[in-house]
Design a protein around this ligand. Sequence first.
Ligand code: ATP
Ligand code: MG
Length: 209
Amino acid sequence: SITYRNRLIIGKIGIMGGTFDPIHYGHLATAEAVRVKYKLNKVIFMPSGNPPHKRDRDIIDKLHRYNMTILATMSNKYFEVSSLEIKRKGRTYTIDTLKKLKNTYKNSELFFITGADAFCDIETWKDVEENFNLATFIGATRPGVELSKVRNKIEYLKSKYNTKILEIHVPSLDISSTDLRERIKMNKSIKYLLPECVEKYIYKYNLYR
Ligand code: ATP
Ligand code: MG
């Protein structure tokens, strides 16, 4: 354990937020890279409930997204899945989740993991500044967003909010849930883009057709 800002830190906990509709190797590889690089004790996957930025399209039943996240993280003893957001009524905001987690893990440092696209529009999130006070945000690279854009954003946010923000370079996996849903609809293969157990789950429940 170490002392940081006069608090005793007995753990470092990562939070991987997402819709996970469906979860894929891009999410998993990103979370694992962060866990290893920043020596986190665990990473909590947090399937979103009713995300305000995805209002416009039908996201499949929360329970299916939660189940697929459980299946996908099964083989990693450092990965956990939380049902906190899917259980919450109304819109779900990261700020409420962070407050809740901070209360549960009083002596831990929280790290919130975001891919480059999510990271770059973080200022549109509710209570940005307070989010930065509750967790250390990590911007991960993602195909489709220039590394320089992520770096500029990090520098800008660091100075504007006087906060600590970290960067991570993740092996490029050009996979998105949008593309996976499209493939399933078109009867195209989704093999090797997501864990096989998730693929089986999708076909079993005939999702995204
Ligand atoms: P959709 O296409 O439906 O938006 P998505 O693939 O972007 O799905 P999300 O659930 O929206 O998945 O993303 C959750 C988090 O994971 C976000 O922070 C996002 O940037 C990150 N992420 C998703 N895919 C990748 C990837 N291939 N590489 C790095 N980060 C990723
Ligand atoms: Mg997305």
